[in-house]
Design a protein around this ligand. Structure first.
Ligand SMILES: [Zn+2]
Ligand SMILES: [Zn+2]
Ligand SMILES: [Zn+2]
Length: 457
């Protein structure tokens, strides 16, 4: 077959399968996974069904999901791409290139005129008149007579030859050894030569048991985690693709973002589910990605746990590690916190009292002139230290305030940044009265210090 629809790649039909990312498709994927996990669906086998769009169907899936045809296929294939289903060769079907129906029948015909009106048998040729025909045509009583010239053939004589088993067309008299195969489509009636017919491979699918742990996690604890984050006022994106400072694109299992009006909190949550303890390498990969993106609130949800080395690294890099067992406790404690709504208007600093009041409303505990010891051993005083424990992560904001007669200079911002760095606080806010000098502002931007300028405090 010269023109197969898609030759022998490992996914001969991939191009035809619509992505299953649509809302309905996603629902279907979730539902099918639930059926697989519950063991209500085990093997997914196709059945030939000429009345259906594809010519085959997966009745078990159609019944369970109440979807049909191509949509079923796209759900199945999307689960193959996620390693949830394993695809096995089931059958090879031929189909009409005109209408894609697999309801086609082979049709043998004369290669000269295309007629199906031919017969197969022993073929003789009368040498003197060149007439060729089936033995039957020559038979007359006891002997053979050439139907064209009427001469009797001598048995054993040299005046005719047998060409062996051949075919002869009754319509155009062509003699040929093999009829041509054409395919008649029973749906659109098109006739297609053998070498133009399309080929399609159909598969059966089976559940990949190795994914059970992950899927069970995804079905429940992950959904609960996302729900908690939303309740805490986060916008949540699953499988978020984020561009890093290096230009590389990274995929983060869950990205949670909340804009307090004062600081934007991003939490990168990685999920590692495996048969055995998660290795250092995987934790490093996660940390590298998140560092490249520039997020400092890092959470890893793991099943079953981390190796010793990986654990040590995670604590050095301030990655909060949640084992799935402890996740339930965390979610329960987070559920006990009051729900938080993200503020609708951008925040503007009017007075210290108003700022503190605002922070409290956002769920922060606020300490003025807080004494905090840094990693260097020195004790620093932070004008305002705001802390909020989400249950999932603890957010600390260091707020520095500085009033001057003219613009606040670089040295003040620099000193504030150093203190915050020594303490290990990444969310930094600087309030300058009446404003910041140009180079101080540039420095603040580079160090990701959020600056508010106020007329007075
Ligand atoms: Zn003859
Ligand atoms: Zn013919
Ligand atoms: Zn057709």
């Amino acid at each position: 077959m010269a023109e197969v629809s898609q030759p022998t790649g490992d996914n001969p039909r991939a191009a035809e399968i619509p992505p299953a990312a649509s809302g309905v498709g996603n629902e279907g994927v979730k539902k099918l996974v639930a059926e697989l996990l519950a063991g209500r669906i085990v093997d997914i086998r196709p059945e030939l069904d000429f009345t259906s769009e594809l010519g085959f169907s997966y009745p078990v899936v159609e019944q369970a999901l109440k979807v049909k045809g191509r949509e079923v296929l796209s759900i199945l294939e999307s689960l193959v791409s996620k390693d949830t289903l394993v695809r096995n060769f089931f059958d090879r079907l031929l189909r009409c290139p005109q209408c894609r129906s697999v309801n086609i029948r082979p049709y043998s015909c004369c290669p000269q005129c295309g007629s199906g009106n031919f017969a197969r048998g022993r073929v003789f040729e009368h040498l003197s008149c060149k007439f060729g025909g089936l033995e039957d045509e020559f038979v007359s009583g006891e002997g053979y007579i050439c139907p064209r010239c009427g001469v009797e053939l001598r048995i054993g004589g040299g005046d005719y030859q047998s060409l062996g088993l051949m075919c002869k067309c009754y319509d155009c008299s062509e003699i040929f050894s093999q009829p041509e195969i054409q395919w008649r489509c029973l749906k659109c009636d098109a006739l297609t030569p053998q070498d133009r017919i399309e080929e399609v491979i159909i598969y059966s699918y089976s559940f990949n048991e190795a994914k059970r742990g992950w899927l069970e996690f995804e079905a429940k604890p992950k959904a609960q985690l996302i729900q908690s984050l939303k309740r805490l006022g986060y916008e949540v994106k699953e499988d978020a693709v984020v561009k890093g400072r290096s230009g590389a694109e990274h995929s983060i299992d869950i990205m949670a973002t909340k804009d307090d009006g004062i600081v934007v909190h991003d939490i990168a949550i990685g999920i590692k589910v495996a048969g055995e303890a998660i290795e250092l390498g995987e934790v490093c990969d996660f940390d590298d990605k998140v560092y490249d993106i520039g997020i400092h609130d890092k959470v890893l949800v793991v099943l079953p746990g981390l190796t010793k080395e990986a654990e040590k690294f995670a604590s050095q890099q301030r990655i909060k590690v949640l084992e799935i067992k402890s996740l339930e406790t965390v979610l329960a404690s987070s559920a006990a916190k009051p729900a938080v709504e993200a503020p609708k208007e951008p925040f503007a600093v009017k007075s210290k009292a108003q700022l503190i009041e605002y922070l409290k409303r956002c769920g922060y505990e606020v300490k003025e002139k807080a004494k905090v010891s840094g990693r260097s051993g020195a004790t620093h005083e932070i004008d305002i230290l705001a802390t909020r424990d989400d249950g999932i992560v603890v957010h600390d904001i260091a707020i520095g305030t500085e009033a001057a007669r003219g613009a606040v200079g670089l040295d003040k911002v620099f000193a504030f940044d150093n203190k915050a760095y020594d303490i290990g606080i990444m969310d930094k806010v600087f309030i300058a009265v009446p404003g910041l000098a140009k180079e101080a502002n540039q420095f603040a931007q580079r160090q990701r210090i959020k600056v508010f300028e106020a007329k007075e405090l």
